[in-house]
Design a protein. Structure first.
Length: 215
């Protein structure tokens, strides 16, 4: 199959932010690049990689909290997406499909001996230091950091299915429909898992005496 014809420069400028493109325009451009990449246009895939890398790296980095590991897993996610690009049928956004691949790769990574616990400890430390910087009250800042660390310890102890739903819905505030696509389950199941996780988190926060400190 012959490669797709070269893309007009305005398309690349739109993705780079050099043109006034709405989110709908951007999605349309991404879809066009996907079709061209599926047709064998290597430049289209290179452009897709360049314009979706940062978002995927941030997503994986949030889950593993290790820059070098996040970079490796991001590269692995793109490699798998490239090798299975013909399976993408456009029923979801390309970036949603790509992030779903990444979640499966992160799950495999976490199954490695001891790595899941280390990843969650790093995440706990990260969030413990990610509270409001200008509270004007050092004691309040310290208390919020302690509570954030306790929260992530609790999240790390959740069953994997509940933990994934809680991280996506409550911590990352992803819409349930997109979370369902990422996890490969129904929206109803996402809601049930997130609700159960939330109940367990609240119960443990109460047991530890932290619940009354919620903002």
């Amino acid at each position: 199959m012959s490669p797709a014809p070269p893309k007009p420069a305005r398309h690349l400028r739109a993705l780079d932010g050099g043109a006034s493109a709405s989110e709908d325009d951007r999605c349309e451009l991404i879809e066009r690049l996907v079709r061209e990449a599926q047709a064998g246009d290597e430049q289209a895939w290179t452009t897709l990689y360049r314009h979706t890398y940062d978002g995927l790296y941030r997503h994986i980095g949030y889950l593993v909290q290790d820059p070098s590991v996040a970079e490796d897993l991001t590269q692995e996610s793109f490699a798998r997406a490239c090798s299975h690009l013909e399976r993408f049928d456009g029923r979801s956004r390309f970036e949603t499909w790509l992030h779903g691949i990444a979640i499966n790769i992160v799950r495999t990574h976490w199954r490695g001996s001891g790595r899941r616990a280390r990843a969650h400890h790093r995440l706990a430390r990260h969030l413990a230091h990610a509270g409001p910087a200008r509270t004007g009250n050092p004691e309040l800042s310290h208390t919020r950091k302690q509570r954030a660390a306790a929260l992530l310890e609790i999240v790390a102890a959740l069953p994997p299915k509940l933990r994934e739903a809680y991280v996506l819905v409550d911590l990352r505030e992803i819409e349930r429909t997109e979370a369902a696509t990422l996890l490969g389950i129904s929206v109803a199941n996402v809601s049930v898992r997130a609700s159960r996780a939330r109940a367990k988190v609240r119960e443990e926060l109460t047991r530890r005496g932290w619940l009354e400190l919620q903002p």
